[in-house]
Write a protein that binds this ligand. Structure first.
Ligand code: 5AD
Ligand code: SF4
Length: 444
């Protein structure tokens, strides 16, 4: 019996890639185990978006180094694999497999090589127009499923490794996406999340020629699907028809994640983001002009080379103007191969930290105020789990807000009773900066 263990770092694309890798391995006769100690093949699906993420895999490899040779094989998959390539064999000679996501279609062949005793197996070509669709995907969650619609990235943001780690943009045919959505609905999934580095750059390669708004609208008509989400969107390709589609069908979740990165047009231009502050704000106006209350979230990078106090102030003003529902703020991290690596005016680490904290504080007050608006309202949540420590069910609203709640008739998962996977109307009674709390009093 061949056993494997896999640990996944990074974004949802990586999480879903791991589901496909696991499906492929199971199909090839491997068994998944939950502890690396018990596995013959140990895989790390890695992320290299920031230096910290990249370092994690090397510390893991170090940890298990002594066990190499004792019947254990190590593989590095994903973005660090693609970025570092064969250098990984030098840094960690006990690794036998290095493969980036653009080569996963060749995974079965690579496994055969490993089994035949090859200890330097690589899959590093980025030269592909294939997507990694596998019918054997082993999904983690029985209610919510990821569907890849587009892989890779053709943009060239000055700070970002992704164009180097995930290869060129490749869209799946609309027919294959719809087939997957329908079969997921038949299996009982009620929520789907359309995935891509830039979902809204989606271009149907088949004669049907659907754009992203059309594809999303069509997935929202699949019987049994109650929620459709999508991530992530690039502002340059964000068109008004996406907002119109959300307005027309409540199945399409009223939440848009639209990474701005900076509020300063000067910085945006140096980042090669392909839009100005005004162009970004026009998209925000479309979203705010919708009939439905659409939540808006974003990503911001502080301390990009050359960012001045005035640039930072523009970002702070943009945050106040948009009033985001939540955001991720990152300190700029130098990445290999990227243009910004060569920029001279790098910002010291302590200064980046100070900028991050300033923006975080500002945003916290906004979230506290915005979440306060929901107290007294009834929100539908999709239940995801139960928190034993607080005795509350954990749910998510269509706007992707966490709403924890007590239920008088099902106080916890007991005797085979669970709310997980159900849609429940919850009265919001309290709010904080990062979540809502409430009670479910109605019947099931
Ligand atoms: N440094 C810091 N943050 C980065 N991101 C991407 N590249 C970098 C980098 N080099 C952030 C962006 C992106 C999110 C996924 O990660 O904000 O939207
Ligand atoms: Fe990390 Fe980006 Fe790769 Fe996702 S695509 S795993 S965020 S580097």
């Amino acid at each position: 019996m061949k056993t494997f263990y896999i640990e996944t770092f990074g974004c949802q694309m990586n999480a879903h890639d791991s589901e496909k890798v696991i499906g492929t391995l199971l199909q090839k006769g491997y068994t998944q185990v939950e502890a690396p100690e018990r596995a013959e093949l140990i895989l790390y699906n890695t992320c290299s978006i920031r230096d910290k993420a990249e370092q994690k895999v090397f510390s893991r490899l170090q940890q298990f180094k002594k066990q190499a040779g004792k019947g254990k094989l190590f593989g590095v998959l994903g973005c660090v694999a693609q970025q570092e390539g064969e250098r990984i064999f030098e840094r960690a000679p006990h690794v036998s497999l290095v493969a980036g996501s653009a080569s996963y279609t060749k995974l079965p062949e690579m496994l055969v090589q490993l089994e035949a005793g090859d200890r330097r197996v690589t899959g590093l070509s980025l030269d592909t127009n294939e997507t990694f669709d596998t019918p054997f995907t082993r999904r983690d969650n029985p209610h919510r499923a990821y569907i890849t619609i587009i892989e890779g990235c053709d943009k060239a943001c000055a700070y970002c490794v992704v164009p180097f780690t995930r290869g060129p943009e490749r869209s799946r045919t609309s027919e294959s996406v719809m087939r997957e959505a329908k079969s997921l609905a038949e299996l009982g999934y009620t929520e789907i999340q359309l995935l891509g580095q830039n979902v809204n750059s989606y271009r149907d390669p088949s004669p049907a020629g659907w754009d992203f708004a059309r594809l999303m609208a069509e997935t929202g008509t699949v019987p049994g699907i109650r929620r459709v989400r999508f991530t992530t969107s690039h502002p340059r390709d964000f068109v008004k028809s996406i907002v119109d589609a959300i307005d027309e069908n409540p199945v399409l979740c009223n939440h848009v994640h639209l990474p701005v990165q900076s509020g300063s047009s000067r910085v945006l231009s140096r980042m090669q983001r392909l839009y100005s502050r005004d162009e970004y704000m026009r998209r925000i106006e479309w979203i705010k002009g919708a009939r439905r209350d659409i939540a808006i979230t974003t990503d911001i990078i502080v301390g990009f080379p050359g960012e001045t106090a005035a640039d930072l102030e523009e970002t702070a003003r943009l945050i106040d103007e948009v009033e985001y529902d939540s955001m991720f703020i990152f300190k700029y991290s130098k990445r290999p191969n990227t243009p910004a690596l060569e920029y001279e005016d790098q910002i010291p680490e302590e200064e980046k930290t100070a900028r991050l904290m300033m923006l975080q504080e500002r945003q916290r007050a906004i979230q506290l105020r915005r979440n306060g608006r929901y107290v007294g309202a009834t929100e539908e949540v999709h239940v995801e789990g139960f928190n034993v420590a607080t005795g509350q069910w954990i749910g998510r609203t269509a706007q992707n807000k966490t709403l924890n709640f007590h239920d008088s008739t099902v106080p916890g998962p007991r005797d085979g009773m669970t709310l997980v996977g159900q849609y429940v109307d919850v009265l919001v009674t309290r709010s904080g900066p990062n979540s809502l709390a409430g009670v479910h009093t109605g019947s099931h």
